[in-house]
Design a protein around this ligand. Sequence first.
Ligand code: ADP
Ligand code: MG
Length: 379
Amino acid sequence: MKEQIKKAFADHFGGEGILFVSPGRFNLIGEHTDYNGGFVFPGAIDKVIMADIRPNGTDRCRVYSLDLNETAEFGLREEDAPEQQWARYVFGVCREVIKRGGKVEGFDAVFAGNVPLGAGLSSSAALESCFANALNDLFNDNRFPKMELAKIGQSTEHNYCGVNCGIMDQFASVHGKKDHLMRLDCRSGEFEYFPIKLDGYKLVLVDSRVKHELVDSPYNKRRESCERVAKKLGVETLRDADMDMLNAIKDQISEEDYKRAEYVIGEKQRVLDVCDALLKGDLETVGKRMYETHEGLSKLYEVSCEELDYLNDIAKECGVSGSRIMGGGFGGCTVNLVKDELYDNFIETAKRKFNERYGHEPKIYPVIVSDGSRRYVEE
Ligand code: ADP
Ligand code: MG
């Protein structure tokens, strides 16, 4: 990828720029917890967006997307927003840096990536973080702290791409650290690194390659349920609730709201349990909690689908230690914790059985926990 980018840069603009990379992410556990003030537990992966960038001494930006073979050219004022969706991510990052008092001048850039698009690994966050980090480095003496770079990416999604996302994806892309996961407290914004030693195990994502578009907005409905229960309990978010509190108001809320809150309260504890278990090297407990999360997302939060439940069943049959839906639900990937000796059989079985039932094989992405946004250095 690096060679292709450098060649494209030379062809388009002549000479060379400075290379930056930023990864996609996975999330071991902590799903639908962000808007409930709870914890998430992501890590950066080895799939990245890479960009070659060079200031061009003008007030215009020329950006070439190698994967799409398209160029966008835009100025840096609010009214200069480009048409192409992909270019709005880059433009948005420029604007958000400027809005925060940062400096951005014209530049030429070529970028490409190997984060699969729309699979739930956050290619968009990788793209935003890559440019946010580059602009911070090239024009601002790295004066923006990392968390601010993550927020620049998040605001880009909100203000220029119409995606009302939380902070996890950009946070993880920017802060990623090789062989470490990060437990982020979504309420305080504080986080902690946890080493992840997978002796005898592998983490692997199985991408169902399905995405069910639903008529009503299940995401907003889940959110509303959580907010209703929190209000009834007189707490800010479900982060402050426990099962005793929930049971005390059981007959005052709908059965549906009860189930949603039961999941969220359970999930908060499961993230904490998984962190403890990791520190002890107890990967079997990590796996058990992952299965519990799947069960909760499927039966209580009701954001699973047939294909994801099927992948979960296959994992169980193959003796996989832990498996669950990753991401919002209704499609995308499962994340799986598998003993080395069971790995090949699991992958082969998942591909074959899924294909037999749904007519296509899932995609397999082994998880290699990697560093976050950075200048590219030869490894
Ligand atoms: P994801 O879950 O992968 O973040 P999104 O729909 O949020 O999915 O973001 C995908 C969008 O990000 C693409 O439609 C495109 O606009 C942009 N994007 C991501 N990766 C690339 C790439 N390699 N080249 C061009 N655009 C990309
Ligand atoms: Mg995205």
